[in-house]
Ligand binder design. Structure first.
Ligand code: LLP
Length: 462
């Protein structure tokens, strides 16, 4: 199983739908074979900011936002709102950028909520998700007036108490599992019956009845999310029809829901053989299915909400590493180790995800060897790329891994006490720091050495 070579100079870049590219839309290779992103030479960024480094291309990020909004305007006859699923990459800069493109934000914790607000998001365009939101998180949501995605009965009771105490109403989207299967990794499938998220479809009636008698709750609409990294369009078309039916049921039970939130899930290209649908095709499928179902069921058009994460940010990201050691095992494989790994990109070890990479200083050199790119963590499974063809790789070379903008920085850890990388936003020949590199000192910051710990020395062993 070998990954096809990455050749940005031969690729047609899809500027309308960045999720279909391997590289950021602004990627270019110059006459010296150097790779540039956002008008910045990657080798210069590595020299200035160090490695590993997350590079985010602003043009790609904005192109994705515009693609979703444009497609909704073209294909959906009613109102719509795109909510960026900030779990894909949550930072102040990203919240500010998404807000500047007219997107709202989906958040799943107090941390993501505060990041969204501090980044300038309008609380009215924020929805709070979670299957086990804490009391504090719900209070924060009430304080800021954000919409809560109601997930379960326990939360319903808790919200009832909190709203009672605060004499406040809350805007709710009710999350349910629509019973729709899709083909993606088991860990990122959520729309089937056996899911920890949301109410079962059969329970929905009971929830709607209970809320019909709850003056503290405004049932603003319904929510479902069927999974992530999905390449098929059909499940989202089917989902829309199921949801319109459920909206009709909510109306029958006395609610006046306005919003239908179909979640996220559109896939992206990680390796050349991946062929995800374009953003416009996804939006068109969902829009047509909602409009058709409303027509058939004689329902008014809801405001259509969607929550893309990965398809907005994945291909905007490139991670730069420096190559260090090399280990050749004759007849088996050659390991090339980089200065990061599963702590900055846990996706290969978690989901067996595949990636594409190149040497950003020798983009056009022929690939003459096949190597396995390993990380630096004390774990055999810490491999970023298996069997990847590259030009001869030497210690000191830079390696660029593509499509790392989603679920990399946001899932990064300090495993082995490795500081998290810096992140820069590149645009028009300028790179701006958006996340500072952690230092080794930062890692000690949260540790506490108890005062009365017995440090008198080791007990003699006989
Ligand atoms: N809305 C809800 C309620 C979600 O749970 C998710 C993702 C999204 C929207 C955004 O989905 P997207 O457009 O990004 O597919 N860590 C995994 C992905 C987990 C996705 C969790 N939920 C990965 O690295 O593949």
């Amino acid at each position: 199983m070998s990954s096809p070579r990455f050749r940005p100079y031969e690729e047609d870049i899809d500027r309308q739908s960045p999720n279909r590219n391997l590289a950021p839309v602004s990627a270019e290779v110059d006459a010296e074979q150097q790779l540039w992103v956002g008008g910045c030479r990657l080798a210069d960024l590595a020299a200035h900011y160090g490695t590993p480094l997350y590079v985010l291309d602003e043009t790609t990020l904005r192109a994705g936002c515009r693609a979703y909004r444009q497609a909704l305007t073209s294909h959906y006859p009613g109102e719509s709102l795109v909510l960026y699923a900030s779990k894909a990459h949550s930072s102040l800069a990203m919240a500010a950028l998404m807000t500047s493109e007219g997107l709202g934000l989906d958040v799943v914790s107090a941390g993501e909520l505060l990041t969204a607000i501090a980044g300038g998001a309008n609380p009215r365009n924020i929805v709070l998700h979670g299957n086990n939101k804490s009391r504090g998180e719900l209070e924060l949501a009430l304080e800021h007036g954000v919409t809560v995605v109601l997930d379960n009965w326990w939360e319903l009771d808790l919200l009832e108490r909190l709203c009672g105490q605060r004499e406040q109403r809350v805007r709710l989207l009710i999350r349910f599992t629509p019973g729709i299967e899709c083909h993606t990794h088991e860990y990122i499938r959520t729309g089937h019956l056996d899911s920890k998220f949301g109410f079962d479809l059969e329970e929905l009636d009971g929830v709607l009845r209970r809320l019909a008698m709850a003056p503290w709750a405004e049932v603003a609409g319904l929510h479902a999310h069927i999974g992530s990294q999905i390449f098929e369009l059909q499940p989202h078309g089917d989902l829309a029809a199921v949801m319109v039916k459920a909206l009709g049921r909510a109306r029958d039970l006395g609610h006046r829901p306005r919003d239908l939130n179909v979640g996220g899930g559109l896939g992206v290209r990680y390796v050349a053989s991946d062929d995800p649908p374009a953003i416009s095709a996804w939006v068109q499928t969902v829009s047509a299915a909602v409009a058709a179902a409303c027509g058939q069921q004689n329902q008014p058009l809801p405001r259509l909400l969607c929550e893309p994460g990965r398809s907005l940010v994945a291909t905007a990201g490139v991670t730069l590493y420096q190559v260090g050691s090399r280990k050749e095992i004759p007849g088996v494989r050659t390991y090339v180790a980089v200065d990061g790994g599963m702590s900055d990109n846990p996706r290969p070890i978690t989901y067996q995800s595949r990636y594409t990479a190149c040497l950003p200083q020798r983009c056009r050199d022929a690939a003459t060897e096949t190597v396995t790119v390993a990380g630096k963590h004390c774990e055999s499974g810490d491999v970023l790329l298996h069997h990847i063809p590259l030009p001869p790789v030497a210690s000191g070379d830079l390696l660029a891994v593509f499509a790392t903008g989603a679920y990399n920085a946001s899932m990064a850890s300090n495993y082995n006490r490795i500081p998290r990388p810096a992140a820069v936003l590149a645009h028009g020949g300028q790179a701006r720091l958006v996340q500072r590199r952690e230092t080794n000192q930062d890692l000690l910051h949260w540790d506490v050495l108890p005062e009365h710990l017995d440090q008198s020395g080791p007990v003699p062993i006989r």
